[in-house]
Design a protein. Structure first.
Length: 487
C-alpha cells in the first residue's frame, strides 16, 4: 500500500489567497447584478427577464437552485454517515422533470404566467390561486430557511462565526443582490454558481483521493465493507423511506411538486422565450445535476475512508458538519477558499425573487392595489425581497436543533407539496371546475399529512415520511373531484 503525505491540521486558518478567492467570487455576483439589473423597467423584466434568457443559462440556474447548500453540505454528510441510497431519489426526480415538461410547462406558456399560480386563477378562480400562492409561501419559506441554515452552518464553522453573525451578513448580501438585479441577475448568477459548485467539488474530490492510502482500490474496499457504497434497497418495507420503492416514488412526487408547482424553480424555466426552449432547458437539467450529485456523494464517502485510515485525527462531532470541519481544519490555502466560495454562493442563491413575484402577482396586485403603475409594483417587489429575506433569516435561526437537514427539508415539502401538486394535477388532468372546494381539499390534505407525520414521529403509527407527499397529492385530487361532483 502506497503511503501518501499526511494532511496538515490547520485549525481554521484562512490565508490571504483564500480571502482573495472568496472576495472575487462574491464580487462577481454583484457585477452580474449590476449588468442585468440596471435595465429593469417593469415586473415583466424583474420577474421574467423579458423572456430573453438562453435555455442553457436557465438550465444551469435551475440546477443551482436545485443543488443549493443542501447538496453541498447535506449530501456529503449523508454519504459519510450512511451510504449512496440517496441516489435512488434521482431516478424519480428525473422522471418527474420529463412529466413536468409535457404536463405543466405548456399550460404556463399558454396563459403567459408570471406566477404559475395565475394558471389556477384561469382554470378555477381567484380563491384557488390565493391558496396555491399561500401554500407556496409556507413551503418555500420553511424549506429555504433550512437551506439557508445549512449554508450558514458551513460558513460559520469555516470562518469561526456564530450562526447569528453569519445569517446577518449573508441575508443582507442576498437582499442587495436580488432586490437590485431581479430574476435576470438570479438566473445568470445561478449559471455561474453551478460552475463553481462543480469545480469546487471536483477539486475537493481530487484532493481527498490523493490523501487516501492505497488509492481507489483501498477506498473502494473500506467503503464497500462498511456498506457505504450501497445504492439500491429493494426491501418491501413501507416504513423505510430509503427503499427503492419509497425513495423513487417520493422523489417523483416531490419532483413534480418542486419542479412543476413551485414558483422558485419554475420561474427559471419561464425566463426563456418559448415553450419548446423551456422544455429543452428542464431536459438538460438531468444531465447537468447528476454529475454534481455523484461528486458530492463521492466526497462524503472519501471523508469516511479518510477518518477510518487516520484514527488519530478526531472526526467531526456531527455528520452534518463534516464538509465544513474538514475544509476549516485540513484543506490547504486556495482550495479552502474555493470550497468556502461554493458554500457562500449557495447561501446567496435564495428564493427571494420567486417569493416576491408570487406575492406581488397573486396577492398584492389583485387584492391590495389594483391598476397601479408598473413602477409602483416594481418598488413593492423590492420591498418584498427585503421582507422575505428577514423572515428567512429568522426561520434559519430556528433550525439549529435539526440534525439531518437534508431529510428534514424533504419532510417539510412533503406536508404541503402534495396539496399544491394535487390541485395542479386536478387542473391539467380534468375539465372539472371548482373553486372554494379546492381550497378546502388543500387544507384538509395539509392538515392530515401534518397529523400523520406527528403520529409517526411519536411512534403511534409506522409510516415513512416519504409516502406523505403521495398521500397528500391523492387526497387533494380525490377531494377536489368529489367536491366538484357534489356541486
Amino acid at each position: 500500500m502506497n503511503e501518501v503525505a499526511p494532511v496538515q491540521y490547520l485549525s481554521g486558518h484562512l490565508g490571504g489567497i483564500d480571502l482573495i478567492i472568496v472576495g472575487l467570487a462574491v464580487s462577481f455576483l454583484f457585477v452580474i447584478s449590476y449588468i442585468f439589473g440596471r435595465k429593469e423597467k417593469d415586473t415583466n423584466d424583474f420577474f421574467l427577464g423579458g423572456r430573453k434568457v438562453p435555455s442553457i443559462i436557465a438550465c444551469l440556474s435551475f440546477v443551482a437552485t436545485e443543488v443549493s447548500a443542501l447538496t453541498i453540505v447535506g449530501v456529503p454528510a449523508i454519504a459519510y454517515s450512511e451510504n449512496w441510497e440517496y441516489l435512488q431519489f434521482f431516478i424519480g426526480s428525473a422522471a418527474a422533470r420529463i412529466l413536468v415538461a409535457f404536463l405543466f410547462i405548456p399550460v404556463f406558456y399558454k396563459y403567459n404566467c408570471t406566477s404559475i399560480y395565475e394558471f389556477l386563477r384561469h382554470r378555477f378562480g381567484p380563491e384557488t390561486q390565493y391558496a396555491g400562492s399561500i401554500f407556496f409561501f409556507i413551503t418555500r419559506l420553511i424549506a429555504s430557511g433550512v437551506r439557508l441554515y445549512a449554508a450558514c452552518l458551513g460558513i460559520g464553522i469555516i470562518l469561526g462565526w456564530n450562526l447569528a453573525q453569519t445569517l446577518m451578513v449573508f441575508t443582507v448580501v442576498s437582499i442587495i443582490f436580488i432586490a437590485f438585479g431581479g430574476v435576470k441577475a438570479v438566473v445568470w448568477a445561478g449559471a455561474y454558481q453551478t460552475i463553481v459548485f462543480f469545480s469546487a467539488g471536483i477539486a475537493l474530490l481530487i484532493y481527498l483521493f490523493l490523501h487516501i492510502n492505497g488509492g481507489l482500490s483501498a477506498a473502494w474496499q473500506i467503503a464497500s465493507q462498511a456498506g457505504r457504497l450501497n445504492i439500491f434497497k429493494f426491501d418491501f418495507n413501507l416504513n423505510d423511506p430509503t427503499t427503492f420503492w419509497a425513495g423513487t416514488t417520493n422523489a417523483f412526487f416531490i419532483g413534480l411538486a418542486v419542479f412543476g408547482t413551485d414558483q422558485e424553480l419554475m420561474q427559471r424555466l419561464l425566463t426563456v422565450k418559448t415553450r419548446r426552449k423551456s422544455q429543452n432547458a428542464i431536459f438538460m437539467t438531468i444531465a447537468a445535476a447528476l454529475p454534481i450529485l455523484c461528486t458530492y456523494l463521492a466526497i462524503g464517502t472519501l471523508f469516511y475512508v479518510f477518518f477510518r485510515q487516520n484514527p488519530d485525527i478526531p472526526a467531526p462531532d456531527k455528520a452534518k458538519e463534516v464538509l465544513s470541519y474538514f475544509t476549516a481544519n485540513f484543506l490547504p490555502t486556495g482550495l479552502k477558499g474555493l470550497i468556502l466560495s461554493a458554500i457562500i454562493l449557495a447561501s446567496i442563491d435564495s428564493p427571494l425573487s420567486s417569493l416576491s413575484s408570487s406575492f406581488v402577482t397573486d396577492i398584492y396586485r389583485p387584492l391590495i392595489r389594483k391598476n397601479a403603475a408598473e413602477k409602483h409594483y416594481l418598488i413593492i417587489s423590492r420591498i418584498g425581497v427585503i421582507t422575505f429575506g428577514l423572515i428567512l433569516a429568522l426561520i434559519a435561526l430556528a433550525c439549529q436543533p435539526v440534525e439531518n437537514i437534508l431529510w428534514f427539508a424533504f419532510e417539510i415539502i412533503s406536508l404541503t407539496g402534495g396539496a399544491t401538486l394535487g390541485v395542479f394535477l386536478f387542473g391539467v388532468l380534468t375539465k372539472r371546475k371548482i373553486n372554494a372546494g379546492n381550497v378546502a381539499s388543500m387544507i384538509i390534505s395539509a392538515v392530515s399529512m401534518t397529523v400523520l407525520l406527528i403520529l409517526s414521529h411519536l411512534g403511534y403509527i409506522n409510516l415513512a415520511w416519504s409516502w406523505l407527499i403521495v398521500l397528500g397529492t391523492v387526497t387533494t385530487f380525490v377531494l377536489s373531484y368529489l367536491f366538484s361532483s357534489l356541486r
